[in-house]
Write a protein that binds this ligand. Structure first.
Ligand code: AQP
Length: 391
């Protein structure tokens, strides 16, 4: 059985029930999988029930993992090393649900034209990095409207005190930002919906994002206790590799896509010459020795972290190779490693971006995600008492 048909089966059979098949085709004689397989290019003979069952069971035996990136700017090296690369690796072990969190982008004003470009680039970069639409569900958050609907129901099961305790909100308040939107204030409840609607077992998060999973867990437990068991309570999974990448110009701050100090941020689509320039002007110190001392030498420690992450190794292993170098030579090694890592991704990005692959991926992902999300939302609406008639 061809591999791509197998991958499709893994999803489709899990999500499309026999009833769906019968109502869709009016055909009660064959199991759904036979018709589906032939639709996908196989033959009915290939669609042996045994083969189909194997894939259903395989999917069922996989734990589900969910994550998303909010492309409120161009994706950075930090997004890749801290998140995207891990998502790609997780595909072998988990059923990955990966979305583009576009609703979260607009909690602060975005120029519509720029936002569209960021979103398009993000899908192209997901694919260029190795996320595989046959194995992962890749979609745009706003395409699955159930997120926003569940978000509101969960907001009605959350408290102002919880929102007030969220770090991002507290940070902005402490900085005296006074033009915060209501969407920004309640985004944790939307994020809880993004997660809980798919019943994932795990949510991989950076250290700074743990609070989001914690609030989703609290809301899930409250809902389960108040109504009846409805949501799986997900576990945060903090990746062992893929440490926090800091800004090159201010190593006390995370490398962030919305940081307007471009010099400190390496974007996934930066040209090699730009990468070299940014790394060459990275902040260091006057000690003059390449060593891992985040307290005394935060800039050098960050460059070491970047080098180790790009080479997929540890700082202990990489240090002996670079500790004799002067800062100029060391920076050249770091820049080379970043370019070596990003160049193949950039090439694939250029291949993908002008084809219809992006649109097809998002449409396919939307259908698969919606099949899960709408079932869960119906269940929730029924439990809360919103439905008058059983559908
Ligand atoms: N510098 C980083 N180092 C390691 N991991 C990082 N991530 C982001 N920056 C780094 C990880 O990328 C995933 C997606 O993050 P996000 O884009 O949804 O939100 P974020 O963490 O707020 O990313 P930014 O770039 O800092 O966005 P802005 O500037 O909009 O606030 C997460 O898993 C995150 O840990």
């Amino acid at each position: 059985m061809p591999v791509e048909i197998c991958h499709k089966l893994r999803y489709e059979l899990g999500f499309w029930s026999c009833e769906w098949h019968q109502s869709f085709t009016g055909d009660h004689r064959y199991p759904a999988q036979a018709t589906l397989l032939s639709k996908l290019g196989g033959t009915t003979r290939e669609a042996s029930l045994q083969g189909a069952l194997f894939f259903i069971n395989r999917r069922k035996s996989m734990k589900r993992m969910l994550s998303g990136i909010k492309p409120s700017g161009e994706l950075t090296l930090g997004n890749y090393l801290g998140a995207l690369r891990n998502f790609v690796n997780y595909q072998d072990e988990y059923e990955m649900v990966v979305f583009i969190a576009n609703l979260h982008c607009i909690t602060v004003y975005q120029d519509p034209k720029e936002l569209r470009q960021y979103l398009k680039d993000a899908v192209a970069l997901y694919l260029a990095s190795g996320l595989d639409p046959q194995r992962s569900i890749i979609f745009l958050q706003s395409d699955v409207m159930e997120h926003a609907q569940l978000g509101f129901i969960l907001a009605c099961n959350s408290y102002l005190g919880e929102m007030n305790r969220m770090t991002q909100y507290k940070d902005k308040m402490a900085k005296g930002e006074n033009a915060l939107t209501v969407g920004f204030y309640t985004y944790p409840t939307l994020m809880a919906a993004d997660i809980l609607i798919y019943d994932p077992d795990y949510v991989p998060v950076g250290d700074d994002q743990k609070q989001h999973v914690e609030i989703a867990r609290d809301i899930a437990e409250r809902f389960n206790n108040r109504y009846s068991p409805t949501f799986k309570v997900p576990e945060p999974l903090i990746p062992k590799v893929g440490a926090r990448i800091m800004s090159l110009s201010d190593p006390s701050k995370k490398m962030s896509k919305s940081d307007h100090q471009d010099k400190g941020v390496i974007y996934m689509l930066d040209e090699p010459s730009v990468i070299r320039k940014k790394v060459a002007s990275a902040v260091t110190d006057s000690i003059g020795k390449v060593a891992f001392d985040p307290k005394e030498q935060p800039g050098i420690a960050n460059l070491l972290q970047i080098l180790a992450s790009c080479k997929n190794t540890t700082i202990e292993k990489i240090l002996p190779e670079v500790e004799q170098l002067n800062y100029g030579e060391f920076k050249k090694v770091v820049a080379d490693a970043i370019i070596e890592l990003l160049e193949p991704i950039q090439m694939k990005y250029r291949e993908n971006v002008s084809t219809d692959l992006l649109e097809k991926t998002l449409l396919d992902g939307k259908l698969k995600a919606q099949a899960i999300a709408s079932r869960k939302l119906k269940k929730v609406q029924h439990k809360v008492g919103l439905e008058i008639f059983k559908k």
